[in-house]
Design a protein. Sequence first.
Length: 450
Amino acid sequence: MQIVIIGNSQGEFLKRRLEAALGFNSSHKISWIASVYLNSPASKSAIASADVIAAEVAEPRVPPVEEAIEGAARLVRFPRIHLHFLWPLSGKAHPFNRSEPGYPSGAYPKELGDVWINAKLEAQDLPEPIFDEFVALDLASLFDLTHLRYMDELHTRKLEELTGMPGLWDFIEARYRSERLFHSPRHPSNAVLSFIADQLFGKIFPELTPRPVPLTIEHYRSKQAPVHPSIIRHFDLDWVDEHTRYRFHDEGDFTFMEWVNRYIRYKRSGEVAEALSQAKAAQFSEKFLPELHLLADKYPRSYELRTAVGEALFRAKDFMGAEYMARQAIKISDAHPEPFHLLSKSSRLLEDIPSAIKASQSAYELNNSHFPSAFWLSEMAKSINDLQMSETFAKVATGLRPDHGRSWLNLADAASALGHIDEAKAAYVEARHLLPQERRIVRRLDALNS
């Protein structure tokens, strides 16, 4: 069955979540079309061949997608969710905001903007009085916060009605005080998106039981809007206080005070994004090490820079240095797969297989569509003769990369050793096609057929 999801970047998360719930070797194929590309030739072709269209509803009205999806066998809808009452001053970009290297939408777009501070800046007030006055504000004296919360509830319940997905506001109401359910007004957490994904799965595949899927790396992790202290007090929020840190692009994370001070002064560093982009494009060539080291010292809260330094050290065959930088990155943030993958491959080459397996498992739990983690888990499990683990992750790897011959070979070897003969034969056939130079594959396949 061909399924097409139409929506903004929340739809991208739903695609990955449904694929994981189905299993990566599923015969069902899911694609995502960003709403802005709805009328492109490629989008029209995908829609014309779809069996099911899942269309996003962003506002309390049915979006006009019917003419774009004529011929679709079935249409289901899902909500694009937002939450404004925790950020009542958001909605307008910083006065100096502009597209620049490292920030295509600007460093402080409207999602991260603050209309009160903006007004002060536009009046050319000095930074220090703005900071002191803003921090001391009681937003409950400026807004009817209870009414703002009620308006969010009405909006969400209307979306529930239009999409046939009940319970979303009840889910938010029960948990918003105890956990971060949104990173900013229009960027929900994986917990909220997964609640939607589970309902969407049931609407598209009512006859199937979804596979358990761990909550992976946060979809909207790179831009987090700070919550004002008066909002924390008014709504009695348990998950946030003055020490909570908020992610800002690739530069690191900052407390509320630090974040506001940077916002007032329009502080940002395109040099971090530019350096990371160049180093990645050059596959972390060791020639970037001096610059990356300097930036890592300059931005001590950036796990991305420490991971990049580690990748460059790995390329230079300094595996102990790479392992050290991976562990430093993980100390800053253990919610991202990249430093765990770096730790795994460094530990593997240092012949610390238990540590390498543990790191790859962490990377996979954070991002279950991360092919290198799945492949190396299969490979390392085979090396310690854990055939069940090797087979399990080889299945994941072949689903993620059907063109990867060594993954098929791992699957075939593990299945053969476990006595799963038909599966082993099919996997050896795929491996033989992709690795024609491997004569052992033909011998093993002949042995199974004899």
